[in-house]
Design a protein around this ligand. Structure first.
Ligand SMILES: [Zn+2]
Length: 343
């Protein structure tokens, strides 16, 4: 993903104004009454999530066009099926900016497919083919192992699916693993506006395909949550710009809930940057209000962690406390919604 220029933010803001308002969601949901038989919120197993990150890295870098990529995709399918979800493999041909075309797959796993009230969780699963932000130019041609920028989101989702299988839930939950997010072209400091716009289109190809080819024609979840880099040590998740724009109420509620749960050191209640990430395509092409939980700890390396798109994005930077904080907050959101206590 890439940090976006302010001017583009304003252009997209106009596009987004056509979206169904965040307020509409709230007004329809005020009719929801708390349910009598409430389910308690399961405990997220952070160690399991950590092990699931490591398991993905065991395949190697999951770069489109490699054997590791195919094997890891098959593993997700097998894992999600074993957790009782209904899995769809959405295959597509993805052409990247170099002109190469790859066999790609978005993996969609559904819980309670017949429930109308749904929440979608998403993350990209592919690894970037080059460590082009690495300080050592020798590493620029190496693939990113992508512990945080690839494996962390799917790991959190698999552990959530496990807890839901054990405990049951009264809403529909969908997990979407996007392929081909991270094969985009970096934009230089002095790029023209045209170049910035053109390069933006080279990222997040899988989410664009899914948003334009939804796995169900009538698909309309209440909201979506994108997870991107949710497992690093000392991660901080400020409000992401587009999230605040299209889903201010849900975003602020989640961050407040996190604070109430003692996770306010991760979920910082202040504005961060606006990121060209998968959720932008989901908002733009599917009109689904998806917010982004993304680690933006500082202002160097495009505002992301110093490991971002470098060889340092391996198990050494993963902290199960971060995975645990994100996973526990998400379980709280899902079960509160299920109990009629969130939106
Ligand atoms: Zn990336």
């Amino acid at each position: 993903m890439n940090k976006i220029h302010l001017i583009l933010f304003l252009i997209l803001a106009i596009t987004f104004s056509n979206c169904k308002g965040d307020k509409n969601n709230n007004s329809s949901s005020t009719t929801v009454t708390p349910k009598k038989n409430k389910r308690s919120i399961p405990k997220f197993d952070a160690q399991n999530a950590y092990d699931l990150v490591a398991k993905q890295l065991d395949f190697g870098a999951r770069v489109p066009g490699t054997e590791a990529h195919v094997k890891c995709k098959d593993w997700y399918v097998e894992q999600f099926k074993s957790l009782g979800t209904i899995v769809i493999e959405q295959d597509f041909k993805g052409t990247v900016y170099t002109g190469e075309t790859f066999d790609c797959t978005n993996v969609i796993a559904q819980i309670n497919p017949d429930k109308k009230e749904r929440i979608v969780l998403a993350a990209h699963w592919d690894s970037r083919p080059f460590c082009d932000s690495d300080p050592d130019p020798k590493n620029h041609s190496k693939p990113v192992l992508a512990a945080d920028d690839g494996a962390s989101g799917p790991a959190v989702m698999l552990e959530i699916a496990k807890q839901i299988q054990k405990n049951g839930i009264d809403i529909g939950v969908d997990f979407v693993l996007f392929d081909l997010e991270d094969y985009g072209k970096e934009t230089g400091e002095n790029a023209s506006r045209e170049e910035v716009l053109a390069n933006m289109e080279t990222w997040a190809i899988g989410s664009k395909y899914w948003a334009q080819n939804l796995h169900r024609p009538d698909y309309k979840p209440i909201f979506g949550i994108l997870l991107d880099m949710v497992g690093a040590k000392n991660a901080v998740f400020p409000y992401e710009g587009f999230s605040l724009q299209v889903a201010p109420t849900v975003t602020k509620k989640i961050w407040q809930l996190a604070k109430n749960m003692g996770k306010g050191n991760y979920f910082i209640q202040k504005e961060g940057g606006s990121i060209t990430d998968d959720h932008v395509n989901v908002i733009k092409y599917a009109n689904i209000h998806m917010l982004d939980i993304i680690n933006m700890p500082n202002n160097d390396n495009h505002g992301f962690g110093d490991y971002h798109h470098t060889i340092k994005d391996n198990m050494d930077i993963i902290d199960k406390r971060t995975l645990g904080a994100v996973g526990q907050v998400l379980l709280a959101v899902l079960y509160r919604q299920s109990n009629g206590e969130f939106l």
